[in-house]
Design a protein around this ligand. Sequence first.
Ligand SMILES: [Zn+2]
Length: 272
Amino acid sequence: MPELPEVETVVRVIRPRIEGLRIRSIRRLNGTASLFNGATEAQLNRLVKNQRIRAVTRRGKYIVLELERGVLLIHLRMTGRLLFRKGPDDPERHFTARIDFQNQASLWFRDMRKFGRITYCSDRENWEGRLGPEPLSDQFTLDWLRGELKRRHRKMKALLLDQSFLAGLGNIYVDEVLWAARIHPETLSHRVSQSKAAALHRAIRSILQASIDHQGTTIINFAFGEGKTGNFRSLLQVFGRTGKPCPRCGTAIKKVRVNQRGTHFCPVCQKR
Ligand SMILES: [Zn+2]
């Protein structure tokens, strides 16, 4: 699933192409009834039709089209991609929606698994209030992280995946940052030492930034623009490397399940 660096990459590709355009219509193609999060196509069109896209930004794993009134949120979930045109071999059934603009341009939503969502939100503050801070923003300070880890008593893997705690991390980057900070994924947050909290804070910022610089990680089903893929995969230290040597100590990377999520870690570097 695309995480913060992959969504940021998509935003940077579509921003120069659609900022300033006016929406003519949004059509549901082969999407499920829940594509618009409970709204019908007619309801959604009444809300966004003729609105100009003032800015294209990102919040957590959401692509945010800032309109003159309200925002249009796109969540790619498992397999969503945004394309400016259909490829010659793209099956019709994989396209769930299409946004048409008044200048005749279109943005196609290709989503094989159909979990992606397009949602209109009139009250941005209320929506954003449910998300934790942005890890690359000034709000995400070491003091804040230390305080929150102490206050909560949850397994680190589960806590870092929780978007209401910190927005943008998913399964790949949580495994990577915990390995970098030498924290076992099942360690309870209030037991994380001050120095490991500092290492975690550094790792979250540097790994996300490095991945953005490499245009994200391509494991499966992430692509942007005209089928370009990210280059961060070769820099992954633990994710998807079960049985391969830990880059720090050579011990075989283990894979376990923590809160139903496949979790990679080094049993020597990341002691409980
Ligand atoms: Zn190790």
